[in-house]
Design a protein around this ligand. Sequence first.
Ligand SMILES: NC(=O)c1ccc[n+]([C@@H]2O[C@H](COP(=O)([O-])OP(=O)(O)OC[C@H]3O[C@@H](n4cnc5c(N)ncnc54)[C@H](OP(=O)(O)O)[C@@H]3O)[C@@H](O)[C@H]2O)c1
Length: 307
Amino acid sequence: MTNTASTTVTSPPTDTAATGIPGGTFTLPGGPTVTRMGYGAMQLAGPGVFGPPADRDAAVAVLREAVALGITHLDTADIYGPHVTNEIIREALHPYAAELTIATKVGARRDEQGGWPPARAPQQLREDVHQNLDRLGVDVLDVVNLRVGGLLDPEPGSIAEPFAALAELQREGLIRHLGVSNVTAAQVAEARSIAPVVCVQNHYNLAHRDDDELVDALAEEGIAFVPFFPLGGFSPLQSAALDTVAARLGATPMAVALAWLLQRSPNILLIPGTSSLAHLRENVAAADLGLSADDLAELDAIGRVSG
Ligand SMILES: NC(=O)c1ccc[n+]([C@@H]2O[C@H](COP(=O)([O-])OP(=O)(O)OC[C@H]3O[C@@H](n4cnc5c(N)ncnc54)[C@H](OP(=O)(O)O)[C@@H]3O)[C@@H](O)[C@H]2O)c1
């Protein structure tokens, strides 16, 4: 590991206008190449990620625009709705372009109160992989993440049994690549001892940087780190320092927060979620926003203060 929690790894921003590729690309180990600027579909379900959206046509339009803007990495889960976002993805994009990678996750379900109880028994994982296959309308899932911890952060403990169950489904040809989500570094290591892990999806953003060391360690291994809540999720990022840097650059705070993640480490893949076409376009444009060393130093201080 070469970088510490207080050091920002910088990689040059990629000029989307020049390349047509938002934020440049990253090749998952042994797997497909995806745009580093992706899209997270959770916001396409109804309030509380439950039920249908108010405007289904608008949700379809957001997905089609994401692909039209060059995005080749979508994140979803059959528990969004449940079933709703996968069904909208299918309606909007099926048959899928060859270059599109759809990552989904299993390991939890929804209850009647809208909660997210764990569902990691091997039979439940098998059922939920089949739910994803059916709703997305595919024979093989590109990437399946085993979702482990609580809503926001990991909980320690062995994940050997559920990850081995997913590895078995991979051997059966139902899954191309495996990832893990809401996990500790020890759980990543345990999963990797069972089968290759191509991505880790954890809670991480400018203000929530518990995984700084994990980001750097995964970068050294060529494994993608996919931060969920890159914009703060249900509690949008708010910071005077972020506002100051954004005003100086003539950009929005959300665009700066995404540009910071892209420059933080080359293995970071973004999946900001939005139900708005305007926000989607703004988020993709953020891939072109270059941050100076001074900008980065000011932004780095936010994470050190809020821990
Ligand atoms: N593995 C897990 O346990 C887990 C947990 C949570 C999420 N995820 C995945 O991670 C993805 C990203 O997380 P997220 O969508 O919850 O949170 P997020 O990307 O941090 O933030 C989404 C929120 O920001 C707003 N927003 C987006 N772009 C904006 C912009 N340019 N300006 C102002 N507001 C903007 C959205 O509202 P509008 O709709 O109004 O734009 C929405 O309220 C999800 O879509 C999901 O695929 C995974």
